[in-house]
Design a protein around this ligand. Sequence first.
Ligand SMILES: Cc1cc2nc3c(=O)[nH]c(=O)nc-3n(C[C@H](O)[C@H](O)[C@H](O)COP(=O)(O)OP(=O)(O)OC[C@H]3O[C@@H](n4cnc5c(N)ncnc54)[C@H](O)[C@@H]3O)c2cc1C
Length: 356
Amino acid sequence: MNERSTANSASSGPPTQEVDCVIVGGGAAGLSAAVNLGRMRRRVMLVDSRDRFIWRHVINNYLGFPEGISATELRRRGWHQAARYGVRLVLGQVAEAAREGSGFRVSVGRLPEGGAWAGHPEPAVPRDAEMAAMFEELPDGAPTVVRARTILIATGVMGHFPDFPGRDECVGVSLFWCIHCDGYESIDKAVAVVGPDEEAAETALDMLDFTSRVALVAGRSEGFYLPASRLADLAANGIEAHPAAVAEYRNTGGQMQALVLADSAGTVVPAEHVYSIQRSAAMTELARQLGVGLDQVGQIVVNAAQETNVPGVYAAGDVTSPHNHQISAAVHEGNEAACAINYALYRPVQKDPRDA
Ligand SMILES: Cc1cc2nc3c(=O)[nH]c(=O)nc-3n(C[C@H](O)[C@H](O)[C@H](O)COP(=O)(O)OP(=O)(O)OC[C@H]3O[C@@H](n4cnc5c(N)ncnc54)[C@H](O)[C@@H]3O)c2cc1C
């Protein structure tokens, strides 16, 4: 086994594998870091728990894909690119990480039956065949222990979508939440924005740059958390505001058609596109274990080099605080993290003496 390959240390108990970096999460941020660290000839293990892709969205705003590219296809390309540079792709879940000496002890578990997302409101779908071919599956039993000199947390966020029949076919096709990602696709469509607060009101008003047919629905029986002056702004701009919950998200074959409201009239709001304004939750369990600092909304605080407050722990992508949640930002942060990690791993003689 050469110096650069993943090595087993001689110790009692199960063999401990050693790598320069464990990347937790195989989305745009993790894969971008993996490609760049692989090209710097680092020993990298990328662990991803996402054994399925259920959203059908196409990314239209990422440079270099004038016809757009499906999120699934972008990931597949990332797997092949990372594998080309020797990155070890592992299907599993990093459940625990702790400081051990100058590095970290990372426990990687096999995915539970039904996938890592078993029990989550998202339904189970069959495991992706190409992923199964490219990713190592871990053995049953005790978690695999990896000793890592650095860790990159690229675990993303858990999106919250309303739960209704046909929802999964609609996500990314006619059910969205991000006007920057998908507003262009809503040009001249009948749009309903669902949310009770200022963020929803702003989204409805911003949507007028794309279409004149915009309605705002509170999505809760208690109505809006908006002052009368804001409701007046909406009315003055031709946006009907409905202070009601949604009784039915009417859709067929991935296409939203209308929202039926839970008001006394059973109001039907035409809606070819629905923007659901619900906060997402950053996946920060590992960060908490490692003592990594979070911001007020629970996302990881990093500096421009993607360093956290814990030496040796880096974070990139949606899980971090500073950026809007976009593919381009995740790719950028993954690359920044790779550069910083690589520099941290240099031997002293390779570093600028002024950094000593
Ligand atoms: C429906 C939809 C439409 C979108 N449209 C656009 C668009 O048009 N344009 C755009 O720029 N962006 C869009 N986005 C946002 C974009 O997808 C994200 O910004 C981007 O995927 C963030 O990448 P990431 O690597 O940070 O996180 P993710 O892509 O979420 O990847 C994180 C990965 O980490 C894994 N993971 C989490 N915890 C663990 C663990 N403990 N162990 C192992 N693995 C773990 C997860 O399973 C997941 O695979 C869209 C997102 C969605 C959901």
